[in-house]
Design a binder for this molecule. Sequence first.
Ligand code: HEM
Ligand code: HEM
Length: 224
Amino acid sequence: MEQLSIRRVYVWQLPVRFYHWLNALAVLALAVTGYIIGKPLALAIASEASYSYWFGTARFIHFLAAFLFFFNFLFRIYWGFVGNVFARWQNFLPFRKEQLREAVDVLKVDILQATVTPLESVGHNPLAGFTYFLTFLAFLFQSVTGFGMYAAMSDSWLPRMFAWIVPLMGGDFAVRQWHHMMMWFFILFSIVHVYLVFYHDYVEGRGVISSMAGGWKFVEKRQK
Ligand code: HEM
Ligand code: HEM
């Protein structure tokens, strides 16, 4: 049997883990209710209209999840400046030479199923980090277009701050189309993301998945 000397590293602080799972739940709720808003079910219920307010409830859940999602996202931006070395922004913009080299190694592992272990980074690998950065841009887009549309139904200061988005993007219809299309980005991202974390959990053998629950990863002792 292969003998490995392992040490454990506290990688994901509680705020990062809390952010991650609240974000995953909010995105799930937003995608399900958003899909329903975009393609409402033609339910024929033989009752007084005010008793069958299910579509209003779907919209309410969408807006509730939207506020949670948005403030959670703002919090993660802040944590990128004050969190530990694995949570910081430099992990999401991997433009140093050795990070680019490792990103190519990760592509070999993910696409060619090659064995290039052990990968160097202990936190996000550079390719994953950059993908999360793109996801953060998509979060921003979804928040801006969502609050832009919401401004038409609310006098509150937060949505009103985004009211200028709708005319800028060519009106309500166009904004809804873009907002809808971006939902598919999240669905695709989530499928590939869950596949890749399971795959990396297997090839790296460092407890990648459980690290988002307990915070710890297990790395070979010779490493940083
Ligand atoms: C991952 C995040 C989100 C996803 C996947 C998502 C998805 C969707 C989808 C698919 C629609 C239906 C569009 C259509 O008519 O075809 C929608 C509508 C809408 N969303 Fe989102 N959304 C997200 C975040 C947000 C946020 C942060 C807000 C901010 C308030 C928001 C506000 C709205 C509004 C106002 C509508 C229009 C509702 C209506 O006219 O009845 N969304 N969303
Ligand atoms: C069962 C479902 C999920 C599991 C098991 C899971 C697991 C993980 C794990 C293990 C990591 C760290 C991996 C690494 O080091 O690169 C991670 C990071 C991340 N995941 Fe997920 N994830 C799930 C769902 C989602 C969903 C639905 C989203 C959003 C659409 C999401 C967004 C992210 C983001 C943005 C990060 C980076 C976290 C940060 O540094 O702030 N995840 N996930």
